[in-house]
Each structure stands twice: as C-alpha cells, then as structure tokens.
Write a protein that binds this ligand. Structure first.
Ligand SMILES: [Zn+2]
Length: 428
C-alpha cells in the first residue's frame, strides 16, 4: 500500500468544491469532508485543483548542454510550476534524431522520476532540414515518440515537410513546426517594426511566420495529416489558423506565456533577457493572441522554456542567445493575462494547459478530467496569493527569466504525479 493523501477543501475547475482522496496512484474518492485515517492531508482551502499541467514545448538541454539545464533540474522546475509531463525538444547535442537518443532522454526522465519526460523526435537529421530523421524507429522505440519537431529551426523545404507529414500519419503522429521563413529572417534580432527601426536592430517580420503557417496548413490539408504550430506570435497567424480550422484542416496551435504578456517595447532596454525566437511582438498582437486563446483558435499554452547559461545572456544583444525560462511562472502568467482579465475561467485553463496538450501528443495518462479512477496527476494552486519572481531562487540551472522582480498572482501549492507528491510549497 503506497502513501495515501487527502486534498482538503479544493475547488475544481468548474467551480464545485470537493475533497479528493488519492491512493495507489489513482483518485479513489471525491466528496465533501472526506476523513481517511492514515492519509496525509494537503490543505487546499481557497485553492484550485487542476488536472496536472502538460507542456508540449520544453528545452531540457540534456544531452550536451548540461550547464544550462538537465533532465533532473528541468523536472524540478516543472513540478514547481505544476507540471506533470514535459515534451523535451530535440535540439540537444547530439540531436534527438535517432531511437538511441530519444530512449536516453526518456530514461533520464524516469530516473529523475518527478514527472513524465516525453522526448520529441527531430523531423530531419541533425535539424538540417534536408533528410528525414529516423522517424519510424523513434516512434517504435521505448519512448514511443508521437511528436516530431526541428524546433529552433524551421522545416523550410516544402517537399521535406510534405514527406514528414505523410510519414507520421501512419502512427497518428504530429509535426510541430517552428514557423520561420529562413530567408526573411537572416540575422534577425527582434520584431520588425517601429521599435526595431528606432533601435537599429535587424527585424524579424511577422510575415516570415505567417508565410510558413499558410504553406503548412495547405500541406496538412493536402495530405490529410496532423500539424501543430509552435509558439504563435502574430495577429496575422491567428487569422490563418482560424481560416484553416473553419475549413476542417487538422491544425492545432500553441502560444507561450511570454507572448501573452510582453512586447517588443522591452527591447529598448537592450537587455538580452528579452531576446527570444520568435520575438516579442506588439501590443495588438498580444491582444489578438489572448482573444484567440480564449476562443479556442489557439488550442494550448506551451512554455518554450529555453534555459541559457549566464555567458549566453550577459553580453551584447546581438551576441546573446534567443530564449527565456518559462516552466516555473507559466501558470501565474496565465492567471494574470487570461483569468484575472476574465477572458478565461479555470476550466479553460484546464483545457489549454492539460487536457488539450495531452490529447495533441496522445499522452494517455494525462489531461484526464478529475474523477474517481483517473490517474492522480494534479496541480493545486492558490490563485489569489502573490509572489515576487526571483531569478536566484529558481529550480532551473539557468537564470534567464524575463519576469524577475515581477509580482505575479498564483502560487502552486502542490503537484501530484502518479499519486505521489512531487512538489509541495514550503510557503504557508
Ligand atoms: Zn521554436
């Protein structure tokens, strides 16, 4: 008999109140005022309980860049943020383009044991965009990869993209595209617009994203395959996804917390912590992304957690790496941008941060409604309690959070993974 728990006084996503009993990895009872002798009580008065969060876009950096993050440190950051499953991007060193590398990452996740680490396989060998990677072998491996992405790079060749979409259809896989037309973004440093022209930094135009999204939804339609668009950032991209969904094309899209809050105005500081790919856009893009996430045009929130060591960020803007941390702050940013603004309720958050990402990636033990008999993968958070982000207190090995010093609403109190308490807040 494993440890059993009772979550007391929690509010479910739809607003009902219930205690939740957990034993042997499952939710065993749900009722008001449960009293179970011997069970450990987790006090969740005034807290929301969500199905455990699932991130489809995490850079864990192992193997190869362990100074930035490891599977273990990334898992620790994940559980602090309320996550129970992370999809690890393939742009490691070596690249996760073979069964051997995806199995290595998968096993490292199991050894860390805090949450599920599901490796994403590369679409092309070495992320070079030329030749398909060992997609079938990765799908058949112990890691059972279903999501493939060259993230960091765009699959720019339309014929390679077509072949990849056709290939993954065989096992119900999905291609996650980093939409960036390479010729339109050579040497780009930030969003192309008013601010970039004032600062004299080379621009990354919105159309470089939109052109690839438009091409790929048409390809996905043509071959009847599943396409997922990573980190959507532009109002124009939202319009194309909306059009594609109306036509019944099998496309899903994600947005990051940072693109729902921050704008290119922050580049005026020349602080490379705000340098990210795709770049921070304008206020009107931010508002379009929020509306699209609320109405379901954008299906999910994904963090694009991208740790970098200090030397890659404490330098001139032009030399700095692209990317920001995201796992530990995602839920509170969504609370601030979507729930406190009344654009979305907690059942919407459950859909966008757990249920739908698990469905897109076919993670069967995740994203389940909170009900008796379901696996006990749960996130307990106090939405009204605030905290100040401190980059020196993060669980990640890196410090590149753009939210440092910000007061954010919503503290994760506890994370349950397969019925075990994988994180509990030390704050009262
Ligand atoms: Zn990307």
């Amino acid at each position: 008999m494993t440890t059993s728990y009772v979550i007391k006084g929690a509010v479910l996503p739809h607003g009902a109140k219930s205690d939740i009993a957990i034993a042997d990895g499952l939710i065993t009872q749900m009722a008001p005022d449960l009293n179970i002798p011997g069970a450990t009580v987790v006090n969740a008065a005034n807290a929301i309980v969500l199905p455990g969060l699932v991130d489809l876009h995490t850079h864990l950096r192992e193997p190869g860049k362990e100074d930035a993050e490891t599977v273990l440190s990334g898992s620790q950051a994940g559980v602090r943020g309320g996550y129970v499953a992370l999809s690890a991007m393939a742009n490691t060193s070596p690249v996760a383009d073979t069964a051997g590398v995806v199995e290595q990452v998968f096993r490292l996740g199991q050894i860390a044991g805090l949450l599920d680490v599901f490796p994403i396989g590369a679409v092309t060998k070495g992320l070079e965009g030329l030749e398909l990677a060992e997609i079938g072998a990765m799908a058949d491996s112990a890691a059972r990869v279903r999501v493939f992405s060259d993230d960091g790079h765009c699959v720019f060749d339309p014929l390679v993209m077509r072949r990849a979409l056709e290939y993954v259809k065989k096992f119900d896989g999905v291609i996650a595209q980093h939409a960036q037309e390479p010729r339109l973004t050579q040497g780009s440093q930030m969003n192309e617009g008013f601010v970039s022209s004032q600062l004299g930094l080379k621009g990354w135009p919105a159309i470089a994203e939109e052109a690839i999204i438009a091409r790929d939804v048409l390809l996905a339609d043509h071959v009847q395959a599943r396409l997922h668009i990573c980190h959507l950032t532009t109002a124009g991209g939202v319009e194309i996804i909306r059009w594609a969904k109306q036509r019944g094309i099998q496309v899903t899209a994600e947005v990051t917390p940072h693109h729902l809050l921050l704008t290119d105005e922050l580049a005026r500081s020349y602080d490379p912590v705000y340098k990210v790919n795709p770049p921070l856009r304008t206020e009107s893009d931010v508002m379009a992304l929020r509306e699209a996430l609320a109405d379901g045009t954008i299906d999910i929130v994904a963090t694009d957690h991208a740790p970098h060591p200090a030397e890659s960020k404490e330098c001139e803007w032009q030399e700095a790496s692209f990317g920001m941390l995201g796992l530990e702050t995602a839920l509170s940013i969504i609370n601030k941008t979507m729930v406190e603004t009344k654009l979305m309720d907690w059942s919407g958050v459950a859909e966008r941060m757990s249920i739908t990402p698990a469905r897109i990636a076919r993670y069967e033990n995740h994203g389940r409604e909170i009900a008796v008999g379901a696996p006990a993968n749960l996130t307990v958070m106090n939405p009204t309690k605030t905290y100040r982000v401190d980059r020196d207190l993060v669980a990640s090995r890196s410090r590149n959070t753009p939210f440092h010093g910000m007061e954010l609403p919503g503290v994760v109190l506890a994370t349950f993974f397969n019925g075990k308490l994988s994180f509990e807040s030390k704050q009262p």
